[in-house]
Design a protein around this ligand. Structure first.
Ligand code: GLU
Length: 277
């Protein structure tokens, strides 16, 4: 049975891009007689607004979608900690006390502009762990232990795992209970998601998610990365760039069912286009 999900973070209003994503996931499940889940990704304590989760439910209802809601991330912290401990026990995570500016300085010193973590804290046993620190994945070690890995996207087909662009990615954040990568991967497994449906902007992140699944012995779903809706500048829709919110349209008594039908037919409002496939 197909299980898909929509997993919004309650740190800003939903816009048309979210509607397109939710409708895509909903319809993929519905067409196959499966289940469509809603998961509120409220792990980012400082930025999360509980009132927005309610607004999201009203938005989805207005679009005519039906869903089953699963536990929000704020109720799953222990599972994130347990998984991180498992990775730590096998030597795949290391603590890092670097601040953003220390990382920048180290990158400049090494002649690399931006990009990857330069490994400053790797292999050190003299770190002051009383200081705030995150836990990073030792990517070389992790990759050496798993061999060749493949994941399957409904559009791209078989993709070979290549997470090198992420370097020693943060798995447990300094300021929050876990990273998006760890939390979303664990949650999809716990929720029985079989078809991870989300925008193409998260395609690269799937390399890390597939690796984490292997390291943690989690089931491997398929992925459906859909095209993004773009604004007049060709950029991904974003509330901060003035994309109208679904809540606003709903409050102005626009017809949500009609909007959902238009999005299904890819008839987009003026100024909005679909990313090329
Ligand atoms: N919570 C993420 C977001 O709102 C989505 C994560 C995902 O679909 O994997 O962008």
């Amino acid at each position: 049975m197909i299980v898909t999900r929509f997993a919004p973070s309650p740190n800003g209003h939903l816009h048309l891009g979210h509607a397109y994503s939710a409708i895509t996931a909903h319809d993929l499940a519905k067409e196959a007689g499966g289940t469509f889940l809603l998961r509120i990704e409220d792990i980012d304590g400082a930025r999360s607004r509980p009132d927005l989760a309610d607004e999201f439910r009203r938005d989805l209802d207005w679009l005519g979608l039906e869903w089953q809601e699963v536990a929000p991330q704020s109720q799953r912290i222990e599972s994130y900690q347990a998984a991180a401990q498992k990775l730590k026990d096998v030597g795949l995570l290391y603590p890092c006390t670097c601040t953003r500016s220390e990382i920048q300085r180290a990158q400049q010193a090494a002649g690399i502009e931006g990009g990857l973590y330069p490994g400053t804290c790797k292999g050190r046993d003299d770190l002051d762990l009383e200081k705030p620190h995150c836990l990073r994945l030792d990517l070389d070690k992790a990759m050496a232990g798993v061999g060749e890995l493949i994941w399957t996207d409904e559009h791209a087909g078989s993709v070979m795992v290549d997470p090198r662009d992420f370097g020693d990615v943060v798995i447990m954040r300094k300021d929050e209970p876990a990273s998006y990568h760890l939390a979303a991967t664990l949650d999809d497994a716990a929720d029985g998601v079989t078809l991870v449906t989300r925008g193409s902007d998260l395609f690269p992140a799937t390399h890390i998610h597939r690796l984490l699944q292997e390291l943690l012995g989690l089931p491997v779903p398929h992925w459906h990365h859909h095209q993004l809706l773009l604004d007049e500048q060709g950029k991904k829709l974003a509330k901060r760039r003035g994309s109208p919110s679904l809540a606003n349209m709903r409050e102005q008594s626009e017809d949500g069912l009609l909007l959902a039908e238009q999005l299904r037919l890819q008839r987009l409002p003026g100024g909005i286009s679909l990313e090329s496939a």
